[in-house]
Design a protein around this ligand. Sequence first.
Ligand code: AMP
Ligand code: MG
Length: 413
Amino acid sequence: MITTDQALEIILKKAKRLEPVSVPLIESLGKVLAEDIVSGDDIPPFANSAMDGYAVVASDTKDASEDTPVELEVLEDQPAGTVATQAVRKGTAIRIMTGAPLPDGADAVVQVENTISGKDQRVRHGFVKILKPVRATNNVREAGEDVKRGEIVLTVGTLLGPAALGLLASLGHPHVKVFRPARIAIITTGDELLEIDQPLQPGKIRNSNAYSLYAQVEQTGAVPVKAGISVDTKEALARILKTALGDADIIMTTGGVSVGDYDLVKDVLDLLGAKLEFWRVAQKPGKPFGFWTYEGKSIFGLPGNPVATMVCFEEYVRPAARKMMGYDLLFRPEVEATTTNDIKKKPGRIHFIRVIVEKNDNVYTVSSTGPQGSGILKSMVLANGLALIPADIEFVQAGGKVKAHLIDQPEDH
Ligand code: AMP
Ligand code: MG
């Protein structure tokens, strides 16, 4: 039996980055960039107005005030998306909208709030009274002030968020290279398993692991591959494992990995030539957890008990899959918390206790969600954290300190 730290270390050592794939920009949110992005353009591509107002020669406005406005002839109207047909000269202005290119000759924009426009029959666009001076460059966004052409704007390893998608869009990238999402096969084993649309029969239960794991894989940003239920024969299990090995980067089995007569996962993986990396971890739930490798693929033999399966996914499979998908941050936040209830356990294994974590005035507390049997999903449903009680500890009194993993929070280390 090895420790949880040893198990995690072995698993992460085997998790190698997957190759880059090109995806439509719109599908890249939350994925990890697999290429450096060098800008082919200045952003903004041209100097433009930051305000609705009047493009002017700044020196014209030097003496403007509410009492002594400076009157300028308006040459034309320039909405965003258009280019002015004339240059601004001394004594003139062009009415300009936010985002429109600064006309030739102009070096500043007076915002509309500091002007009074006047119709005048003598000229087509009238006159404008400027009530406040501007200096050169006021209310002008320079070409390239956001991004210069040739600049490296995003580097390999960047987690793509909404702003990065916007930047890539403004640079004209309809597709982007990201690390490929891991394909994770889910094999459930057991003669007792029924599909979930079946009525219960004597001795049978519905297959819940396939669904909780599918959901966990999706939440990891990986691709779940439904490999199906295997009955407890070596032939059936070998067949389903072979197919999954051909179709996924990570293979998970549930059940059949303990010491019972029908626990065939170890034997069958051995027959297939997979390399056993470890079997059994000093933890509860999830002691019979095993890990194998085969031609660069990782095979997780997860326990059958529904909570053991979920905890092992959370603590081991998820970080490994994230590493394969290029993420730097692999682990959920770990906090120190005060337990609100006594915790009693046998020594020898780490216990992961399902808890509700609360934070008040920067102090965390954890409270057990109820019965902790490894098959009791209801207390897992309520949990937003797993409290870790070290192997050698037998008792933590209410008010004592424990570590907890925040399993509903994004990874932070
Ligand atoms: P095993 O390790 O195969 O003996 O399974 C341990 C326990 O988990 C048994 O009570 C199984 O019935 C249960 N179990 C195994 N696989 C599943 C599954 N896919 N869904 C729900 N319970 C399961
Ligand atoms: Mg079984």
